[in-house]
Ligand binder design. Structure first.
Ligand code: PLP
Length: 433
C-alpha cells in the first residue's frame, strides 16, 4: 500500500488556476529534495555514489538545477538534453551521454563538454575515434542478452537494440586500452519501472562479476559501475514503494562478496534513475469539462494524451483524485478521457470515482471550462509532459513548480498556436500552387 498524496487542497488550487489556467503540471520541490536525500542516504553505504538523473524523465532546467544542487548529475540521450543539463549548471563529468545510434555531432559536442561518453556498440569505438577523437574516460553499455530476464516496458534484453554483448565488451576494453584510453566505466540498463528489489540487486551482482572479469581478462579497472535507471514507483495504491535501504543493503552484500575480494574496492556506484526521483512528486491537473453518457459514462478533461501519453501507450495506471472530494464515496464508474480523436485517449478506464461536476453542472448556470471539478492525475512527475506530442493540433500544457517556501512559479508556459506553426515555412505557402 502507498498513500497517494497531493500537497494542495481545492482552495489553493483555485487560487493557482486563476493565474495559471488548467491544464498544468505541478511539481513539489520539497518532496523531490526529501526523496533525493533519502536516495543519497541509502546509497551512502558505498564509498562513493552519484545519480545521473535521466533528463528525458523531466527535461526542465529548473528541476535539473534543484537536482544539481543536491549533487546529482544528468544522464542525457541527445545534444538538446546535454544543453539542458548544462543550462542547469551541470558540467563535465556530471554529464553522461547514454545515447544509442548516436550521430557524429552529438559525440563531438559531448566530448567538447567533457561529458562521460557511454558507448552503445562496439563499432562506435572507431566511429567515435574518427569523428570526435577518443576522450580520456569511456564507459560502455552491457546488454546481458539471455543472461537477464526482461521486464514489461523495456522487454527482453536479447530483443533490445542496446549495448554490447559480453564478448564485445571484453574486446572493447582491450581495444580502447591499446589505443591509450586510461579511464573506464561500466554501465547497463535492463529494466524500466521495476519494483522488484531482488531484480535490481541481481543486476548489480551481474555487473560486479563482469567488472571482475574485465579486470582479469584485460587488466582494465573500471572506475565506476553505473547500474542504470529503471527503479519503479508504485503507481497503483495497492503497490509498495521500494525500500531503498533494503535495496542498497542487498547491493552492498554483492559488493562485499564480489568486488572486495577481487581488489576492486573502493568502487564508485552510480545510477541513472529518472522516474523514482521525480515521478511521485509531479501531478497533471486538469478540469472536468464535459460529461457524456452513452454505453459508458465519460468525463472529458481539458487535458489529453498530448499532455500524458503513458495510459495510452502502455495501458499504464495513474491514480486519480478529485480535490474537495477526497473522502466522497466512489459511487460512479467513468472513463476519464481527453479531446484527441483517438479512442485510447483515456486517462482511466472504468474507474471508480466520486461523482464529478463538469463545467455544465456549475452553480449559477454559468457554463465555462473553468468551473468543473479539478482532476488530479498522480505520479506524473516523470515521463509525463516530456513524452507529449502535437498530433491533432493539440498544444501541450504549462509546468509549475510548487516551491519549498509555498510559492508557485511557472517553469514552462503552455504552448500556443504560434508555437505549433513555428516550424512551418510559411513564406512560400501563399504563392505555392
Ligand atoms: C530512460 C532511461 C533511464 C531512466 O529510466 P527511469 O525508468 O526513469 O529510471 C536511464 N538510463 C537510460 C539509458 C534510459 O534510457
Amino acid at each position: 500500500m502507498n498513500e497517494k498524496y497531493f500537497p494542495l487542497d481545492k482552495i489553493a488550487l483555485e487560487k493557482i488556476a486563476k493565474q495559471y489556467p488548467t491544464p498544468f503540471y505541478i511539481y513539489d520541490e520539497k518532496a523531490i529534495i526529501e526523496n533525493v536525500r533519502k536516495i543519497k542516504e541509502a546509497f551512502s553505504v558505498f564509498p562513493s555514489y552519484k545519480n545521473h538523473f535521466a533528463v528525458k524523465a523531466l527535461p526542465n532546467p529548473y528541476i535539473l538545477k534543484i537536482l544539481s544542487a543536491e549533487g546529482f548529475g544528468a544522464d542525457c540521450a541527445s545534444l538538446p538534453e546535454l544543453l539542458l543539463a548544462e543550462m542547469a549548471g551541470m558540467k563535465g563529468e556530471d554529464l553522461m551521454l547514454t545515447s544509442n545510434e548516436t550521430p557524429a555531432n552529438e559525440y563531438a559536442a559531448a566530448k567538447n563538454m567533457g561529458a562521460v561518453i557511454n558507448l552503445d556498440d562496439f563499432t562506435h569505438i572507431e566511429f567515435l575515434e574518427k569523428t570526435a577523437g577518443l576522450p580520456k574516460l569511456i564507459s560502455m553499455r552491457y546488454n546481458p542478452g539471455p543472461l537477464k530476464e526482461g521486464n514489461a516496458i523495456i522487454g527482453k534484453p536479447e530483443e533490445a537494440k542496446y549495448g554490447f554483448t559480453r564478448e564485445q565488451l571484453i574486446l572493447g576494453y582491450a581495444l580502447l586500452k591499446q589505443k591509450g584510453v586510461k579511464r573506464f566505466a561500466l554501465h547497463t540498463m535492463v529494466a524500466s519501472n521495476e519494483l522488484s528489489v531482488p531484480y535490481h540487486i541481481e543486476t548489480a551482482r551481474m555487473l560486479f562479476e563482469l567488472a571482475v572479469e574485465i579486470l582479469n581478462k584485460t587488466g582494465v579497472r573500471v572506475e565506476f559501475i553505473n547500474l542504470g535507471g529503471g527503479m519503479g514507483i508504485p503507481y497503483k495504491p495497492d503497490q509498495d514503494a521500494v525500500d531503498y535501504h533494503v535495496l542498497t543493503a542487498g547491493i552492498k552484500k554483492a559488493y562485499d562478496e564480489i568486488l572486495i575480494p577481487a581488489g576492486l574496492d573502493p568502487m564508485e556506484i552510480r545510477t541513472e534513475w529518472g522516474r523514482a526521483v521525480t515521478g511521485p512528486y509531479g501531478w497533471l491537473i486538469a478540469r472536468a469539462v464535459h460529461k457524456k453518457e452513452i454505453y459508458r459514462n465519460y468525463i472529458a478533461l481539458d487535458a489529453c494524451m498530448a499532455d500524458l501519453m503513458r495510459p495510452a501507450l502502455y495501458g499504464a495506471y495513474h491514480h486519480i483524485t478529485i480535490p474537495g472530494k477526497e473522502n466522497a464515496p466512489l459511487s460512479e464508474t467513468y472513463d476519464v478521457v481527453g479531446s484527441l480523436c483517438e479512442n485510447n485517449d483515456k486517462f482511466a478506464v472504468q474507474r471508480k470515482l466520486p461523482k464529478i461536476e463538469t463545467a455544465a453542472d456549475a452553480a449559477g448556470g454559468i457554463v465555462s471550462d473553468k468551473t468543473g471539478d479539478f482532476v488530479v492525475i498522480h505520479d506524473a512527475g516523470a515521463h509525463g509532459r516530456s513524452m507529449g506530442f502535437n498530433y491533432n493540433g493539440k498544444l501541450r500544457c504549462r509546468e509549475l513548480l510548487y516551491r519549498a517556501d509555498g510559492s508557485v512559479v511557472q517553469i514552462r508556459r503552455a504552448e500556443t498556436v504560434e508555437d505549433y506553426f513555428t516550424t512551418l515555412d510559411l513564406s512560400g505557402v501563399k504563392n505555392f500552387t
